[in-house]
Design a protein around this ligand. Sequence first.
Ligand SMILES: Cc1ncc(COP(=O)(O)O)c(C=O)c1O
Length: 398
Amino acid sequence: MSSTVDRLTDLFTTRVREIVPPLFGAAGEPVRPLISLAYGLADPALFPRAELIAAATQVLAYEAAESLNYAMSYPGLTDQIVARLQAEGVDAQPEQVLVGYGSGQILALLPEIFVEPGDIVIIEGPSFLGAVKRFVQSGARLITVPVDEHGMNVTVLADVLRRLAAEGRRPKFIYTIPTFHNPTGVTLSLDRRRQLVALAAEYGVPVVEDDAYIDLRFSGEPLPSLAALDQAGWVIRVGTYSKILAPGLRIGWVHARREIIDRLLMVKAEGTTGPFITRVVARYCADGRLERHITELRRHYAAKCHVMVSAVQRHFPAEAHFVRPEGGFFIWVTLPSGVSAQTLLTAARSRGAEFLPGSACFAEPGQGDNAIRLAFSFQSSERIEQGIAAIGAAFGDL
Ligand SMILES: Cc1ncc(COP(=O)(O)O)c(C=O)c1O
């Protein structure tokens, strides 16, 4: 007689049978007491706690009836998102915006409306697997386009699209993180942005632009988002308050053609998103406060990025290579030839630090063992320095 667990497992769909261990414990802290440079958590020192308490108190005092009942998301937050998009040069309208529980929810819903088993989705290699795994669960067949120091290689993308078109196949969408890419930190050049938007229109393939980090620029000139360059409506722009305010608020959004928003609403089971929390966020962000907060974040993350870059230069072997990011949360280090990220990780952990091995950022098994992702967002400058020194010493152990 098989066990209850076995009999229960037989009932699960194939897409949820394999259990992947969670990255974080219940409280959101990394599970092990190491200096973890693995995850892109926000810096808790930067949460505007007093202002959020004030905003929440005001919502409870003045808007309790609307915010604590079954109700719509607060339209005032949508208006703020539209205003920010318009300032960026996007011809945005409120009916083209849907607020969700984090951009992660939006990225999980997009395959629900586009992907049938066997459909093609084009992704970057490496990429943010949190999203890519949702595409796979919907049955997508992935085609990976490489990323270099200027972002996604659009020449390769053009070849892929041409070949597929010749076979009579049209991918369901292209998923890209053009600005301060997760995990590599690189930014898609202006030329490539133009080419990507043109390819989307030529081949009739939507581009999912996940610009989670776009506001966290600390050097270089801002580039137009793909959504701002898009005249034909093929760009689906996904954004989040996680990196510019607090991930625990779980507020993200999507801007896209009305036809797409309407279908996302059909699959968003709970319908609306947090009438209470959308009001708190909107109250906090009003009167230019969000933009002032972002200025502060940029300064702070720039300093931590600088600490990490300088520590890597001092502690890692000279053959370890990285592109200095102009914003975001991450540095991607290509290891000296012959060094395996997985082996380095074991040595680093025994010295008290950890990172994300590159293989965790590729959809195909066997890729990425020559690279690591280091997050400078969460740890203090002192612990970044200690963590990088520990990983540097781990190179010596190999
Ligand atoms: C590129 C990218 N997109 C989306 C997300 C998810 O963010 P959210 O907290 O809005 O779900 C992350 C989080 O790390 C990310 O790095």
